[in-house]
Design a protein around this ligand. Structure first.
Ligand SMILES: [Zn+2]
Length: 520
């Protein structure tokens, strides 16, 4: 039996007994929503959502990259709105949960790369190199050993003794220049090659590129969580040289050992401290026991920043992705805090950083939960809830959840939709395919039934310069917010928590994680 259907009956009966006088006035579509919930949902307004989003997605915030001043301003704005709503500040710094991380920047000072063959000396500058690692490297002088990337037979015969202290020089084709259909195959070939060579433990692997004399430079701009910095041996990096003289030298070399040498000094990347923030506020529950359980409503407030170079608009405003989810969390906080009686369970409103760089903020929360994960009954993550112009056709009064039938949560929102005039459905392909594409994944990995709710899976301007706030359908977004608000209250007022659907084999790892949290 599906408990949530029973809840619905309870809602309806309660309503019938206490509020039957309303039937005459209330529109047919919402006559089943209990009055105190309806009063709260009525506070959600299109104008309010438009007002918030026109700021969050404004050019001032410069695309809210992680990390950036624009993102910091967004965080401060969200915190101000949580304060206005009267949420409890539950972070380490008011509403902020602070991640003290490190950002690396390339360090070219002291960089030197020289090849020598008899009297010929080739000096390569740091812009003619691509090196996507922040490791420091110092190789005073080592002989080159040429390997033909395509000669898999010769590769198999190589022995570690031959390569000891030597630098491999080869030509690894850049798959990104080829047609996408070839990427998978080329990437696998590159991986096989590198794995074989690394196992033989040479001093370094160098690849040449004959198509350009401009490299990506040295050192990756990376965000590092110092707590997770691994001391384990990182795989040996490979360095690409974009230099015509080196190509000429390479072509003149025969496969195998050579008398050409290379010396390299690659300084360690510069590290700068950076503060990243999740913004978290709490609406404390009212039930003596259930108040210590939590329903999460989340959205990522970061986006991808700005485009380097070029003319005209270079700001990725990210109005729909995910300014729309962010301002929905704000609007829901503002509305749900106004209910006459607080929900039984506590509701946690959270906007996270760094989704676009790999679910950084939500994973950080997963490792540093403010409230016990074992007591967190669901996460409803809001993404792309503003635009209705899905590439598959207009999505007005419609919404979907990822992993729709992975847990009971989808069914709750389907029913909340029926009560608020929104069709909440399982998308035949995207619901499962998009499950891992947003922050719900980070919570699901911890065992929390977690889904992303969205209106348009794919829309024009996705990660484009034209994702502007003016293109959002605010009346529709307000209706979606009312549906979400009701669904959240249904979960928060229900003494039975949502569960993973164990009958669906795609949930097995999440069920495992959930059991571990529950000590089962
Ligand atoms: Zn997004």
């Amino acid at each position: 039996m599906n408990y949530f259907k029973k809840t619905l009956i309870t809602f309806t009966l309660t309503h019938f007994i206490f509020c039957s006088w309303l039937f005459a006035q209330a529109p047919a579509s919402d006559h089943k929503v209990p009055q105190e919930n309806q009063a709260v949902l009525d506070r959600i307004s299109a104008d309010s959502l438009r007002g918030h989003l026109s700021f969050i997605a404004s050019d001032l915030l410069e695309g809210r990259g992680t990390p950036s001043r624009g993102q910091d301003i967004a965080a401060e704005y969200i915190a101000a709105q949580f304060r206005r709503a009267g949420l409890e500040a539950v972070g380490d710094d008011g509403y902020f949960q602070t991640a003290n991380w490190v950002q690396t920047a390339p360090n070219t000072e002291g960089f030197a790369l020289t090849l020598r063959r008899a009297k010929q000396v080739i000096k390569v500058n740091s812009q003619q190199v691509s090196f996507a690692s922040d490791q420091a490297l110092n190789i005073p002088r080592a002989l080159l050993f040429k390997v033909d990337f395509k000669d898999t037979e010769a590769l198999k015969k190589l022995k570690a003794e031959q390569l000891k202290g030597k630098i491999i020089i080869t030509e690894i084709p850049d798959f990104r220049r080829e047609d996408r259909s070839k990427w998978g195959e080329m990437f696998r070939a590159q991986n096989t090659f590198l794995t074989t060579i690394r196992a033989l433990n040479p001093a370094l692997i160098v690849s040449i590129d004959r198509l350009t004399t401009n490299g990506a430079g040295i050192g990756a701009k990376r965000l590092i969580d110092p707590e997770r910095r691994s001391n384990a041996n990182q795989p040996m990096p490979f360095l690409t040289l974009h230099d015509a003289a080196v190509v000429k030298l390479f072509d003149a070399m025969k496969p195998g050992a050579s008398l050409t040498s290379l010396s390299l000094n690659l300084p360690a990347a510069i590290e700068q401290p950076v503060k990243l923030r999740n913004v978290v506020g709490l609406l404390r529950g009212s039930d003596p026991e259930l108040k210590d359980t939590y329903v999460l409503v989340t959205a990522h407030y970061d986006h991808v920043g700005t485009q380097a170079g070029g003319e005209g608009d270079r700001i990725f405003n990210g109005a729909n992705d995910d300014g729309s989810g962010t301002v929905s969390v704000i609007e829901l906080a503002s509305a749900l805090t106004k209910r006459a009686t607080r929900p039984k369970r506590s509701i946690v409103f959270m906007c996270v950083f760094g989704e676009e760089r790999g679910l950084l903020g939500s994973r950080y929360y997963g490792r540093h939960p403010i409230f016990p994960i074992a007591k967190t009954v669901a996460d409803v993550n809001l993404e792309q809830v503003g635009r209705t112009d899905d590439l598959e056709g207009a999505q007005v009064n419609r919404a979907s959840l990822t992993g729709f039938d992975f847990s009971d949560v989808g069914e709750v929102f389907k029913q909340a939709g029926e009560l608020t005039g929104v069709t909440v459905f399982k998308h035949p392909r995207n619901s499962d395919a998009f499950f891992g594409r947003s922050d719900n994944q980070a919570l699901a990995d911890q065992g929390v039934p977690a889904h992303t709710l969205c209106v348009a899976f794919e829309y024009p301007d996705y990660h484009g310069l034209g994702d502007h706030w003016e293109k959002v359908d605010y009346d529709n977004m307000a209706r979606i917010n009312r549906m979400v608000g009701l669904g959240l209250l249904m979960i928060a007022d229900n003494p039975v928590a949502p569960k993973w659907n164990e009958a669906n084999s795609k949930t097995s790892r999440y069920v495992e994680a959930w059991k571990k949290q529950q000590g089962k």
